[in-house]
Design a protein. Sequence first.
Length: 208
Amino acid sequence: MIRYENIAVTFDGRSILRNFDLTIRTGEKVIIRGKSGRGKTTLLNLLLGFVRPDEGQVILDGIKITPETIWSVRTRLAFVGQSVDLGKGKVRELLEQIFDYDVNRPHKPTESGIHRLFEQFDLDPDKLDKDFGDLSGGEKQRVGIILAILLKRKVYLLDEVTSALDKTLKEKVIRYFLSDCPETVIAISHDKGWETAGGVRIIDLGEL
Ligand SMILES: Nc1ncnc2c1ncn2[C@@H]1O[C@H](COP(=O)(O)OP(=O)(O)OP(=O)(O)O)[C@@H](O)[C@H]1O
Ligand SMILES: [Mg+2]
């Protein structure tokens, strides 16, 4: 369960969030929408500990997010942004490096597990041997999504993750996160496909 309690965030004297409360149940699928600059990404950054609230608190599974708890909190979260950058090197090597970290090692995927996901999202497994930097924007986005899935975290934070994908791929990604996956999903998207899926809760931050 995720709780935003009485959150206030101010940037450069400008109030972005005030008295903001939101409770998200485990397994819930939440779509955040609202005008550009309204504070959607800030909501994810509060959970990731990249933004600290001026007032209020954010709690994940009973743990209040503080500088002391943030490292363990982050091991429960998988964030995917609009542009994915895994660094320099071959896709396979970059994935291997990520699963060499102690926290990720228990989830080290098998070659066939990786192939299955690549095929699920229409990526040729040959791409594993390409330099990450040479992939297209849509391919990078899908590698980011696949990595997030492989990490087997408890909560997915998705910030415009279908922006570079065509209609068919968008539908696949949306179906995966909103229907097939049992985990908690918080997705920000301007794409109506996310909102019209069944069983989702829409949080509208509205205008400024
Ligand atoms: N770390 C920061 N320091 C200063 N200002 C910030 C910071 N993070 C966000 N802002 C400002 O706060 C406002 C909300 O930003 P945020 O990124 O949450 O908006 P958003 O709703 O995600 O917008 P978009 O749809 O364009 O991505 C913006 O005006 C942004 O410039
Ligand atoms: Mg944003």
